[in-house]
Write a protein that binds this ligand. Sequence first.
Ligand SMILES: CC(C)(COP(=O)(O)OP(=O)(O)OC[C@H]1O[C@@H](n2cnc3c(N)ncnc32)[C@H](O)[C@@H]1OP(=O)(O)O)[C@@H](O)C(=O)NCCC(=O)NCCS
Length: 202
Amino acid sequence: MSDAFEVLAPEIGTARLSLRQLSLDDAPAIHAYASDPDVARFTLWPAHPDEDFTRKFLANLTHPTVLSWAIVWRESAEVVGMVFFHSLHRRHGRAELAFNLARRFWKRGIATEAATAVLDFAFRLVELNRVEATCMSDNLGSRRVLEKLGMTHEGVMRQSHRRHDGFHDMDLFSLLRDEHRTRTNPGDGNPPRTSNKERNPR
Ligand SMILES: CC(C)(COP(=O)(O)OP(=O)(O)OC[C@H]1O[C@@H](n2cnc3c(N)ncnc32)[C@H](O)[C@@H]1OP(=O)(O)O)[C@@H](O)C(=O)NCCC(=O)NCCS
């Protein structure tokens, strides 16, 4: 059983995005893309069959045990996806990150931009020590986003998740608070990094 977050998702602005609390009113926009079989190819949920399904999906994601943001493409004010933390274990300082986007917005750096912003928030204000993320082993897009976030691949959880078509292997990634701090503020209490060239001058 995961814990409830004690904070609400605040509005966060990034270069191209506005992240704001996900709401049941987002059902039409979320349904429009979550009903796409390509979007659901590597997710644990099926392509949404109707808007009622999307409303129930959103009811779970707007519960206090989930910290969720709608990703709004600022230029057009469209909701193009979502990013959220779930499975919070306060005692262990740990939660899981997840995201999904409308297909026509893929490969523009949006998931990376949104997830970077919410990770900053979570490590600063939710007092997490470890953020985990999982993806199906053949979900190359998600895997690449997690690598770009600086997360470490810990291994494969064999057949750890089941969905309508059977059991799936899931890759497990994690980012620790100290790693995030070093990444976002390289001079923070750590010896400066030296390149091989500096260590072995010729
Ligand atoms: C996974 C997903 C969120 C990625 O979002 P995105 O905004 O396209 O990702 P980004 O543009 O930030 O991409 C980051 C990197 O991944 C690469 N990438 C993105 N999609 C890719 C794909 N399908 N195959 C290979 N690489 C991919 C990008 O080229 C970029 O790499 P680069 O900077 O080295 O060029 C999006 O494809 C999606 O919503 N998929 C469906 C839902 C889903 O699978 N969610 C994750 C469940 S765990």
